[in-house]
Design a protein around this ligand. Structure first.
Ligand code: FAD
Length: 512
C-alpha cells in the first residue's frame, strides 16, 4: 500500500495540469514543490504595491472552440479565469531599424497584410502559409496519434511536409519562401518566444508559435497569478495534498512502488510519479541511475538548455498610455539579420547596444488587475542572455551574490532601461521600483537548467522524438511533463500535463 496513487513533482503549468487531471479522475495525489510558492514560471512576485509576472506575457488559442480553451474546459477551470483579448489589429509590434509591422489576429488577415507590405513576395508568402497549415495539421496528428516508430512512419507518409521540414532549420524554410531579408526578419520576429536564431531553430517551432498567436492574443485578468490560482483552487477542491518547500532530491522504484525523498528528509511512496522538473534533472540526476535505461539517461544528460533571459521589472509613476504604450507587446530589434542578432548575444561579444528587447505593460493590458496602484504602471522588459555571463556567481546564495554581481546586473539593467526610452522618454527618472533578474534567477526559482526559459533548446535534433515528447522515461509508472516534453510555452505545458495524466491514469488503472 503506497501513501498516494500518484506524486507530482513540481508545480509549473505541466505539474499543475497533470495533478488536476488525475485528481479529477479520483486518484489520490500529492504535489511536491521545491519553492515557497506554486506555479513555476506562472508564479508572480509582489514588491510593495506592484505585482510582476515572470513567464507569462500573453497566450493564444483561447477563443471559443480553440485548443487552449478546450484544454482548460476539460480541466474544469475555463470559467475560473477571465482573459482580456488584446487589440486584434495589433497585439504585437515588431520594430526594426527602419520598419515596423503589427501582428494581427487571423491567418488570412495577417497573410494579406504581409502581401500588401511585400507585394513582390506574394508567392513566397502564400507558400509560407501553406507550409504553416500543413505543419500544424501534422503536429496535431502527431500529438493525438500513436507514438513509436510505426506512428512516426505513418505520420511521415500522411504528412510529407514533415519529411521536408521535420528535421530542418527555420532558415531552410525562410530561404525556400523568400530571399527578401526584411521579410525573413518579419517572419522571425517571434524568435524571442523560443530564443533561437533561424539557423539553429527547428522549422516547426516558429510555425507553431505563430499559429498559436494568429488566433489572437489574450492576457489573464489579474495576471499569471490569477491563472495559477485557478489551478490551485481546483486542486484544493479535488483534495490534492500540496507541500511547498519540498524539493525532491532522490527517486527510486522498488517492486511497483516509487520512493520519493525530499531535501528535508521526508519520504513518500506512490504507484506512479509525474515529474515537472527538467528531464535532465529527473532522468539524469534524481532517479536511481540503476533503473533508468542508460540510453535515455545519456539522452537526458546531453540535452542542451534553451537560452536564459535578463529582466527589468519596473514600477513607474508615468502615465504609460499617454506615452503611447498600448496593450501591444513590443519586440524591438536593432538588426534585421536574426542570425547576427543571436551571435551578438554571445557572452564573448557583449556590445554596448543590446541586440534587441521585448517590452510589455501588464497594467496597461489589464488596468483593473491589481498590477500597480491607481495612476501608476508596471513594465516588464526582457532580453535574451546567456547563462555563461553569470555562471561565476551560480553557487552563491540567491540575493547574496555580492557587490560585483549587483554592479554587473545594474550595468546591463540600466542599458535595458535606456533602450526602452526609445518608447518612453525619461523612463530612467521615473522608476518608482526597479529590479533586475538574470538567468540565475530562473535557475533558482524554477530549477531551470542553466536558467533556460523554455526547457531544452528547440533545435531540430531536440524537438519531437529528440525531446521526451511521449512523456515516458523508461521506467513503468514514471511520466514527464513540462517544457522538456512537447516544448516551451504555457499551452504546450498544460497540454503535456493532460496527455501525460492520461497515460498515468491508464497505468494506474491497469496496475490496480
Ligand atoms: C521570460 C519568459 C516569458 C515567457 N512568456 C511566455 C508567454 O508570454 N506565453 C507563454 O505561453 N509562455 C511564455 N513563457 C514560457 C512558459 O512560461 C513556460 O514554458 C512554462 O510556464 C513552463 O512550464 P513547465 O510546466 O515547464 O514548468 P516550470 O514553470 O518550469 O516549473 C517547474 C516547477 O517544478 C519545480 N521543481 C523543479 N525541480 C523540482 C524538484 N526537484 N522538487 C520539487 N519541485 C521541483 C520548480 O520549482 C517549478 O515550480 C515564458 C517564459 C519566460 C522565461
Amino acid at each position: 500500500m503506497t501513501d498516494f496513487q500518484v506524486i507530482v513533482i513540481g508545480s509549473g503549468a505541466g505539474g499543475l495540469s497533470s495533478a488536476l487531471f488525475l485528481a479529477k479522475q479520483g486518484f489520490s495525489t500529492l504535489l511536491l514543490e521545491a519553492m515557497p510558492s506554486l506555479g513555476g514560471y506562472l508564479n508572480p512576485f509582489r514588491r510593495g504595491p506592484y505585482s510582476f509576472d515572470t513567464g507569462l506575457h500573453y497566450l493564444g488559442q483561447l477563443g471559443r472552440g480553440e485548443a487552449f480553451l478546450d484544454l482548460l474546459e476539460g480541466l474544469g477551470i475555463a470559467d475560473k479565469v477571465d482573459f482580456v483579448e488584446l487589440d486584434p489589429e495589433g497585439f504585437d509590434r515588431y520594430v526594426f531599424p527602419d520598419y515596423e509591422i503589427d501582428l494581427c489576429k487571423g491567418k488570412e488577415h495577417y497573410k494579406e497584410k504581409l502581401i500588401r507590405e511585400f507585394p513582390g513576395e506574394q508567392r513566397g508568402i502564400e507558400k509560407y502559409f501553406r507550409v504553416l497549415d500543413r505543419v500544424t495539421e501534422a503536429m496535431d496528428a502527431s500529438i493525438s496519434g500513436s507514438g513509436g516508430i510505426l506512428g512516426m512512419l505513418g505520420l511521415l507518409i500522411r504528412h510529407p511536409v514533415m519529411l521536408k521540414y521535420g528535421r530542418a532549420t527555420y532558415q531552410k524554410l525562410l530561404d525556400d519562401v523568400t530571399q527578401d531579408k526584411l521579410l525573413q526578419a518579419v517572419l522571425s520576429a517571434l524568435s524571442a518566444t523560443y530564443g533561437l536564431s533561424p539557423s539553429r531553430a527547428s522549422a516547426l517551432i516558429p510555425l507553431m508559435v505563430l499559429d498559436h498567436y494568429l488566433r489572437g492574443g489574450y492576457y489573464p485578468k489579474g495576471g499569471s497569478g490569477a491563472f495559477r490560482d485557478a489551478f490551485v483552487d481546483a486542486l484544493q477542491s479535488h483534495g490534492v495534498e500540496t507541500k511547498r518547500l519540498a524539493r525532491v532530491v532522490e527517486m527510486d522504484k522498488k517492486g511497483d512502488a516509487f520512493f520519493i525523498k525530499t531535501e528535508s528528509g521526508q519520504q513518500y511512496t506512490a504507484k506512479s510519479v509525474i515529474s515537472n522538473a527538467d528531464p535532465a534533472l529527473t532522468v539524469g540526476r534524481l532517479m536511481n541511475p540503476e533503473i533508468i535505461p542508460s540510453k535515455l539517461r545519456r539522452k537526458a544528460m546531453h540535452l542542451r538548455p534553451s537560452v536564459g533571459a535578463f529582466y527589468a521589472f519596473i514600477g513607474t509613476d508615468l502615465d504609460l498610455p499617454s506615452c503611447g504604450i498600448t496593450d501591444a507587446n513590443i519586440y524591438h530589434y536593432h538588426d534585421i539579420d536574426f542570425n547576427r542578432i543571436y551571435r551578438a548575444r554571445d557572452a564573448s561579444s557583449m556590445k554596448e547596444e543590446l541586440p534587441g528587447f521585448f517590452m510589455t505593460s501588464p497594467s496597461v493590458k489589464d488596468p483593473e488587475g491589481g498590477h500597480a496602484p491607481q495612476g501608476k504602471h508596471t513594465l516588464e522588459i526582457t532580453t535574451m542572455m546567456d547563462y555563461e555571463r553569470f555562471e561565476k556567481w551560480a553557487d552563491a546564495p540567491s540575493m547574496k551574490r555580492g557587490q560585483d554581481y549587483e554592479d554587473f546586473k545594474n550595468r546591463i539593467g540600466e542599458r535595458l532601461v535606456k533602450a526602452a526610452e526609445t518608447y518612453i522618454p525619461d523612463l530612467s527618472s521615473h522608476l518608482d521600483h526597479v529590479e533586475y533578474a538574470t538567468p540565475l534567477s530562473n535557475a533558482y526559482w524554477v530549477n531551470a537548467v542553466q536558467g533556460g526559459c523554455y526547457g531544452p533548446e528547440e533545435t531540430p535534433d531536440q524537438v519531437g522524438p529528440g525531446r521526451f515528447s511521449d512523456f515516458t522515461a523508461g521506467v513503468e509508472g514514471l511520466f514527464l511533463v513540462g517544457a522538456g516534453t512537447l516544448g516551451g510555452g504555457v499551452m504546450a505545458c498544460v497540454a503535456s500535463g493532460v496527455l501525460a495524466g492520461r497515460k498515468a491514469a491508464a497505468y494506474l488503472q491497469s496496475s490496480r
